[in-house]
Ligand binder design. Structure first.
Ligand SMILES: CC(C)(COP(=O)(O)OP(=O)(O)OC[C@H]1O[C@@H](n2cnc3c(N)ncnc32)[C@H](O)[C@@H]1OP(=O)(O)O)[C@@H](O)C(=O)NCCC(=O)NCCS
Length: 171
């Protein structure tokens, strides 16, 4: 039994392990397998974002997080930093449920749009977000904030030509 609820500060300690597990999905993509061994977002950073109120988790029957959507509101836009579901529970609709809840909350909060950056060509990245209604932004539509994020990702070794910014319009 999975429940979607707002993240609470005490969840933060458990979230790096979920990201670690979720990232193992990239072992299926040889040239991106290194991502599975990458640094995870720290519990401290999660705690800071949770305090701002836009993070949600998927929990099991014991109220233990098994998935997370970490996000932040900036200038009327919800930006999703992380979406992760524990590897053994992927493919069961939990990621979609987290995303749909974030969309619902953002709409209720009167926000204009939701943004994120992701891989263009990985089935559980851009094509997944696309099915839910996110659109890949053309270069000319990418604003300074998203351009800076993409540049930062490139500096961390992510392949620039496979990355993209996406946006979901709420208005
Ligand atoms: C992205 C992620 C959170 C999705 O969560 P999930 O619970 O597995 O997703 P769902 O079960 O809701 O599936 C949603 C869609 O994703 C796609 N998908 C998910 N896993 C997939 C896989 N292994 N292969 C192909 N497609 C997949 C499918 O299109 C699916 O849609 P469908 O049910 O209509 O076929 C999860 O795959 C994950 O943690 N991945 C590793 C971390 C990551 O890439 N995060 C996103 C960074 S932008």
């Amino acid at each position: 039994m999975i429940t979607i609820r707002p993240a609470r500060e005490h969840d933060a300690e458990l979230l790096p392990d979920i990201e670690q597990s979720a990232g193992q999905a990239f072992r299926a993509v040889p040239e991106l397998a290194w991502l599975a061994d990458g640094e995870n977002v720290s519990a401290e950073r999660h705690r800071g974002l949770i305090r701002q109120g836009a993070c949600i988790v998927a929990t099991d029957g014991s109220d233990r997080p098994v998935g997370l959507l970490s996000a932040e509101i900036d200038g009327g836009i919800l930006h999703i930093w992380e979406l992760d579901v524990r590897l053994d529970l992927q493919g069961q609709g939990i990621g979609r449920a987290l995303l749909e809840r974030a969309i619902e909350d953002a709409r209720r909060g009167g926000l204009a749009a939701i943004t994120l950056t992701t891989f263009r060509d990985i089935a559980w990245n851009a094509p997944f977000y696309g099915k839910i209604g996110f659109r890949i932004l053309k270069d000319i539509e990418v604003d300074q904030r998203l351009a800076d994020l993409l540049r930062g990702e490139a500096a961390h070794g992510l392949p620039v030509n496979r990355r993209c910014a996406m946006r979901f319009e709420l208005e």
